[in-house]
Design a protein around this ligand. Structure first.
Ligand code: IMP
Ligand code: MG
Length: 175
């Protein structure tokens, strides 16, 4: 197993997720909130985040694969779409990490096309320096400059997702 170095402690994640939940609670007080987790990476953040949002809400999940992500016109294929109605809803898309931003940008377009009232983003980690498309992440847990991270939902070839904290995985590849 590659060497790994602790980057974000469990207690720091819990504290930050609580703060994100409080900010979302304030911002969506008058909305029709539908929180959409992007599988698989968002599963742990979703469970912790929604328990810190003190509002009525609906919860659903998508799973997507993307084609042509090296180009500006990538397209998404939903291997699992949400099952709830999107029309008029205030969508909060939740992912573990936002990297190039392409997945989030395409998802935003998809939900807007289906009549969402608003679409915003929440990610535990923002790798801002790697952003390729202009998406603003409204709720960010932590900004990390570089390195490949695992744990708290983040994987490397489907391994390591279950750790309660986040690690930098060394010698995999550094991005
Ligand atoms: P992007 O923002 O469209 O480039 O895609 C972000 C996705 O890339 C995330 O949902 C992760 O699945 C994956 N990803 C990016 N950076 C990392 C990392 O450091 N560790 C694990 N997965 C990552
Ligand atoms: Mg992912």
């Amino acid at each position: 197993m590659p060497e790994k170095e602790l980057v974000i402690k469990q207690t720091d994640i819990a504290k930050r997720v609580k703060e994100l939940g409080a900010a979302i609670t304030e911002d969506y007080e008058h909305g029709q909130l539908l929180v959409v987790g992007i599988l698989n990476g968002a599963f742990m953040l979703m469970a912790d985040l929604v328990r810190n949002i003190k509002l009525e809400m609906e919860i659903d999940f998508v799973r997507v694969t993307s084609y042509g992500m090296g180009t500006t016109s990538g397209t998404l294929r939903f291997t699992k779409d949400i099952e709830l109605d999107v029309q008029g809803k205030d969508i909060l898309l939740v992912d573990d990490i936002i990297d190039t931003g392409r997945t989030m940008a395409l998802l935003k377009q998809s939900f807007e096309n289906r009549g969402a009232h608003s679409v915003h983003f929440c990610a535990l980690i923002d790798k801002k320096e790697r952003r390729e498309v202009g998406v603003a992440v409204d709720y960010v847990g932590f900004e990390i400059k570089k390195g490949f991270l695992v744990g708290y939902g983040l994987d490397c070839r489907e391994q390591h997702r279950h750790y309660p904290e986040i690690y930098h995985l060394k010698d995999v590849y550094d991005v």
